[in-house]
Write a protein that binds this ligand. Sequence first.
Ligand code: NAD
Ligand code: IPM
Ligand code: MN
Length: 361
Amino acid sequence: KDSYDITLLPGDGIGPEIMESAKSVLSALCDRCGFELNLREALIGGAAIDAVNDPFPDATLEACQSADSVLLSCIGGYKWDGNPRELRPETGLLKMRKSMGLFANLRPAKVLDQLIDASTLKREVVEGVDVMVVRELTGDVYFGAPKGIDTDADGKRVGYNNMIYSEGEIERIARVAGDVASKRNGKLCSVDKANVLDVSQLWRDVVTDVITDEFPDVDLSHMYVDNAAMQLIRWPKQFDTMVTGNIFGDILSDEASMLVGSLGMLPSASIGESGPGVFEPCHGSAPDIAGEDKANPLALILSAAMMLRYDLARGEEADILEAAVETVLDQGLRTADIKQEDDGCKLVGCIEMGKAVADVV
Ligand code: NAD
Ligand code: IPM
Ligand code: MN
């Protein structure tokens, strides 16, 4: 196969700018490598609320499910923060993940030598770090019922969500993590809060059973999430693959981005048992810099590389794209988030960074 249907979801904030950069890069890659991507755009998040009053319209679900793969920028913004829950951009993102069955989110935090000084941590701490966070994506306190804000007997409000995992949900994410770990260096750390939470005790028991039974060669350890947050900063090289629930994974992956130097460098792959995946940077819509051509498009471009590798079986082209990103960093081009004072590098905007990558693929 040398022609693929790709649905692009530009979303909100910096989303449209970084998508423009990614599009120019993908088109250059297609020219160089002799395959075709039929790109079509669909609405999600605030853009979809404004257009059709629905953060994840049925037409978008259809456009995603009928594609070979989906590339998503980011959603959200101040404009919609006061909306009722069902009309929030974030609700659209969660609906997309749930309705497409994207229960596994792979978030690689790989430190590039060119960016060691972009991290706020010491060189010897971050140099050579290569961590893969396997985050469960369709369960946990994000989706648990009951949820809401009610009024108690004293007339005071109570807000609540339910942290809940079924055995089946834990088994399937443990299998993904076991598989990922066995293709890396065989070390897997499961992160939970089993000292306090019943849901975490089940998590720990089920992960242990799945890995012991199905991945006997994987070296499994367990860590409490508070300690894991600290250990990631203290000595991140102790970790290879980590597996954790939805909310712990959300937080730990943003934390891991600062090992790499910027949230603007972290890609991700959201995948299910079958059907197209969604490839999305870990960052949000960065409303503080939206529309200013300051955003780093590399997290989205690296997400496109994950799309090529995982959904289109184009591993060679994914390698070319990742190498092109390193080449522009070698050339000394930096967006503001990865620029250091006196580093001798050239400050560039989002569009110029995209063009530079497109030039070297
Ligand atoms: P954020 O990730 O948007 O931004 C956090 C900080 O990182 C900001 O200072 C921002 O400027 C910077 N940053 C993020 N991406 C960058 C990039 N590519 N280049 C340069 N700098 C970058 O998180 P936030 O400010 O907490 O949230 C803003 C909005 O994004 C909220 O509405 C939130 O719900 C939403 N959000 C969406 C996603 C998503 O679409 N997957 C993820 C996280 C947050
Ligand atoms: C992410 C984001 C989302 C999440 C929000 C916007 C719903 O933070 O993709 O990391 O929490 O999953
Ligand atoms: Mn997040």
